[in-house]
Design a protein around this ligand. Structure first.
Ligand code: ZN
Length: 87
């Protein structure tokens, strides 16, 4: 039985997995912060309103980024609609 050998291999891949996890967890935590903010806005009844001007955020923006806090004028971006048609 090569249990020790197996454990060494597992140790190596665990090290890699840990690094990956830290980056992933960092990203998830930031995402959770956004979601937390969005949820508290839902509680207040102001979810979907631009935090700058108070106008309803375009549905397309919320579709792309449900945690967006800004209308298209104030930083919200619609990724799928990139300067489409200028004439
Ligand atoms: Zn706005």
């Amino acid at each position: 039985m090569d249990i020790v050998d197996n454990m060494e291999q597992a140790g190596q891949s665990w090290d890699d997995a840990e690094k990956l996890d830290l980056a992933t967890i960092d990203r998830i935590e930031r995402g959770l912060e956004d979601i937390g903010r969005a949820l508290s806005l839902m509680d207040e009844g102001s979810y979907g309103l631009c935090e700058v001007c108070g106008a309803p955020i375009e549905p397309l923006i919320l579709e792309e980024e449900p945690t967006s806090m800004n209308c298209s004028i104030h930083g919200g971006s619609i990724h799928g609609e990139r300067e489409a048609g200028d004439g």
